[in-house]
Write a protein that binds this ligand. Structure first.
Ligand code: IMP
Ligand code: MG
Length: 180
């Protein structure tokens, strides 16, 4: 679909599904190379936004690994609140693990910074960040974003897991706000 309407706003396609898949393959190639000698790394997928990206990324990972799903909360409407809550639903021991965080999008970086610090406190051996989307102009933190599949301008986008007030996550393309 070229255009979608979610609540009161209209969006148009900006990144088609095929381009998303190509970018994921290239980021997976880097991860496969970096972790080939690592003992069972743990992917930590940040719900809800990263669910679709995580599934497609994992299909391109070719070493033995584990995946867990966690939930955080920092967003309301179209603006980041900057406040991140504790990790919800993590039943996996993190001490001594090599962790790769899977995020849908890194905007100001508040979420990844908080999560990164929480993981260090839990005694992980290493932590790297893998995000589908990065807004370099909005990113204000020092945590390295090790793997960013796609860089985008400072626009509000939806689709492929990302939402506008919970709508839009199901669409396979990525859309940008298109004010009429
Ligand atoms: P940050 O803490 O400002 O980096 O925001 C990160 C979180 O905000 C992401 O995990 C998303 O859930 C959400 N987010 C940031 N930008 C967008 C966007 O353009 N569309 C939808 N959600 C977004
Ligand atoms: Mg998110």
């Amino acid at each position: 679909m070229e255009r979608i309407k979610l609540h009161d706003k209209e969006f148009k396609v900006i990144i088609p599904h095929s381009q998303i898949q190509e970018s994921i393959k290239s980021v997976a190639k880097q991860i496969n190379n970096d972790y080939k000698n690592c003992d069972t790394p743990l992917f930590l997928s940040v719900l809800n936004g990263a669910f679709m990206f995580s599934a497609d990324l994992m299909k391109n990972i070719d070493f033995n690994c584990e995946i867990s799903f966690i939930k955080l909360s920092s967003y309301s409407g179209t603006e980041s609140t900057g406040v991140v809550n504790e990790i919800i639903g993590l039943g996996t021991e993190l001490n001594g693990r090599d962790v790769i965080v899977i995020e849908d999008i890194v905007d100001t970086g508040g979420t990844v910074e908080n999560l990164h610090d929480m993981l260090i406190k839990k005694g992980v051996k290493s932590v790297k960040i893998c995000t589908l989307l990065l807004k370099p102009d909005a990113y204000k933190k020092d945590i390295p974003i090790d793997y960013a599949a796609i860089r985008i301008p400072n626009d509000f986008i939806v689709g492929y897991g990302l939402d506008y007030d919970e709508l839009g996550r199901n669409y396979k393309d990525i859309y940008v706000l298109d004010p009429k």
